[in-house]
Design a protein around this ligand. Sequence first.
Ligand SMILES: [Zn+2]
Length: 431
Amino acid sequence: MLNRTRILVPLVVAAVSVSAANTLWARKAAPDPETAPVLEAVHAAPLEAIETHTLERGETLTGVLAAASIGGADLAELLLGVREYVSPRRLVSGTEITVRRWASSGAMRGIELRVNADTTLRLMRNDYGWDGRLVLTPIVFDTVFTGGEIQPGQTLYEAVVLNAEGDIPVGDRISLVYRLAELFEYKIDFNREIQVGDAFRLVYEREARPDGTARAQRIMVAEIMNQGKAYDAVFFANGPDHGGYYDREGRPLTAGFSRYPVAYRITSSFSTRRFHPVLGIYRAHLGTDFGAPAGAPVQATADGTVKSAGWSNSYGNLITIRHPNGFETRYAHLSRFAKGIRAGAKISQKQVIGYVGKTGLATGPHLHYELRKAGKAINARTAKLPDAPPIAPEYREEFQRIASDRFTLLDVETERWTGRLIRPARIADEN
Ligand SMILES: [Zn+2]
């Protein structure tokens, strides 16, 4: 995998210093800076001896510190200091504990606890006691280019994840490939249509830690060459809550409606006449049932507004959502609603709104999903579903400018790797 890192906005999160009023950390008066001795620079052996221990299952912080010959008042003070920030009992296995000593005397200098990927607790001994502070791992925002080509026997997933070139951590590559697949899910069938020689290239922004792992990442622009045809996607936010992906011409990549609210098999189709297992009679089934386990998340199939969320007789726990252009969807038999789901709540497509259950008239856990247009139930499996809304006219110009910048960036980054990447057909044609 190829990667090009450019630091756009170096941002170092400042260390959070402990308040000076904390008596434990400042028991003695500070020396007067005017009279304090000035140390001369000397070339000397390393000042510090550093030992790092990774907390294992069943180990305690006290045990690790005791093993490092820290005991008595020292240990008690340290533990008190640690408790100001984290409960020593809640340190999980894998926590790194670093003990720093003065090389000359072996005296304790301080300890560091890597509480999580973003935070280190540092307790350093000074002349007056201990100085504790939480150090936040500095995050840099950078832009990364990556690209590749599908090799024989490879899926897109393998091409992205198994490629060891570059220094993008595996976990980040996995989330990238999922995002890439999501971007083009309405355009390319990744199970069947990806072929040897297909290629991908993309630029994404990330918030990266010094060890290279990303805390967050977003694909800004991407392109997949699939069977000789280029599919592209550029991120554009047309308004504060309306970020989405569009092709070069500004057409939304996603459909306005997902076909289904859960990825489980259909157990009962839409029909105007079927035998009802609970009622024991024939009657219309004006929805689609999915055999999903209790608790499986249910996603809204389109943007909309919650019309109602509550108990509704045979439907059990039911959510009804109103969508643009006279569409309405219903999600029934839910075990519970997601947080914030109530009448009037704004919902976006694929937002989790509730969880599969068997409330109301249901023999077992399943989702009953209804799609209605102008008050009439229609078959979700066969209905012609509306496209996502295009970019509003007032954002058109901004889109063209941003899209042009991002596609140029993609081409520039591709240029740097010419010879190592398949170049898109339309650029090759111009040469
Ligand atoms: Zn049903």
